[in-house]
Design a protein around this ligand. Structure first.
Ligand code: HEM
Length: 365
């Protein structure tokens, strides 16, 4: 029998050209895209992504709560602008007299049920909505500065101070290596070791830490940081008082104080001068820098976070009104993505009915 071998190989070649080659090309493209997406999402390699900061809190966490500062309480009030900053920024918040405010007090712990004595970090989040519908969101901590010059330093610090399972203490060699890379962090660690423990949310000064730039109507730019300076002056907790303090003493205290009348904080702008480190949140500016009291926040009521209106707000500090701009501080830039990841996770859990406690329901309701 005669076999036309040349015809067979021509068929093979056509098959390769019309079927196998396109299939292989599609497989390479799809595989490449999958790898690219995995890399972009931080699932491949050891690149630092917004996910890296949240780690396993995206999966293994009490549903519906913030991935940090989970224990909090909502407040409402009014921001009374003094007008003193209106020449520095064209943002409406600096000229409108009374602006509705919603916010949140929280403690720094990730655990939404932590004892109030488990951390000395207390915080305020705030959203002001002016009559031109512009919004100013911010998050402030009682710490005066960030430990490290960049966001990766925050991760490095967390892992360096992780207790060694063998000793229950941080490994001194890892801590030393961290300080060698981030020498600026010594200042914050020493501050934390000696800083007073807050007695009340009402007496704490809350600091924005990252710098922003005010843009005036005449086009002038001024770098600033700001603080919420309390009218109440309260001493820190002594060690004995701390040992005796109840599990929720800060939250009980603020509910009681606000029931007795309004609570006040001045919004104090600190103006940078030439040469001040505007893009490094670990470096405070000299205390003698000019200050401007832009207005006063009056907190009129405090309510549980499950129903108080602040639960589903992302107080992302990069969402600023026209007249306030972001500095080039890398920690500020990193925070936007981190907060949006945490926000997406908790709202998704609420949406899928997994967050009974966080929304104030009992199991089975
Ligand atoms: C790389 C650094 C940081 C990381 C990884 C981080 C992480 C987080 C996360 C995951 C949340 C929960 C957000 C949500 O679900 O809405 C949060 C909340 C918060 N963070 Fe940060 N943060 C960082 C830097 C800072 C800085 C510099 C400040 C101080 C100004 C700050 C102040 C706050 C406050 C006040 C809250 C609570 C906000 C609220 O009540 O809604 N954070 N943080």
């Amino acid at each position: 029998m005669w076999i036309d071998r040349s015809r067979g190989s021509a068929v093979q070649a056509r098959k390769f050209k019309t079927i196998w080659f396109p299939l292989a090309a599609i497989a390479v493209i799809v595989g490449g895209l999958a790898l690219l997406f995995a890399w972009a999402a931080g699932l491949l390699g050891d690149r630092t992504t917004t996910r890296t900061f949240l780690g396993n809190t995206l999966q293994e966490f009490e549903p519906g709560y913030r991935r940090a500062h989970g224990k909090g309480v909502c407040f409402t009030g009014v921001f009374h602008s003094s007008g003193a900053a209106s020449s520095l920024s064209k943002a409406r918040v600096f000229s409108q007299q009374d602006i509705p405010a919603i916010g949140r007090f929280s403690i720094g712990s990730g655990d939404p049920h932590a004892a109030d004595t488990s951390t000395s970090t207390v915080s305020m989040a705030l959203l002001l909505t002016a009559d031109d519908q512009s919004q100013w969101r911010m998050k402030l901590n009682n710490a005066p500065y960030f430990p490290t010059r960049d966001a990766e330093g925050f991760l490095a610090q967390r892992s360096a101070f992780e207790p060694d399972p063998a000793t229950g203490q941080p490994d001194p060699a890892r801590v030393a290596a961290f300080f060698e890379k981030y020498p600026e962090a010594r200042k914050a660690v020493e501050y934390k070791a000696t800083a007073p423990w807050p007695r009340s949310f009402a007496g704490a000064q809350y600091n924005v830490i990252n710098a922003f730039v005010l843009l005036a109507a005449d086009g002038k730019r001024q770098a600033v940081r700001w603080s919420m300076r309390p009218h109440a002056t309260l001493p820190g907790l002594s060690a004995e008082e701390r040992a005796k303090a109840g599990h929720d003493f800060l939250f009980e205290d603020i509910k009681q104080r606000s029931a007795n009348g309004s609570l006040y904080w001045d919004l104090v702008l600190q103006l940078a001068e030439a040469g001040d480190p505007v893009d490094d949140p670990s470096q405070p500016w000299p205390p003698e820098r000019q200050q401007v009291v832009a207005g006063t926040l009056e907190v009129t009521s405090v309510r549980d976070q499950a129903e108080g209106g602040c639960r589903d707000i992302n107080f992302d500090p990069t969402l600023v009104p026209s007249g306030i701009e972001l500095s080039k501080d890398p920690v500020l830039a990193a925070r936007a993505g981190i907060y949006s990841h945490s926000y997406n996770a908790r709202l998704r859990e609420i949406g899928f009915g997994k967050a009974t406690q966080a929304i104030g329901k009992k199991d089975g309701e």
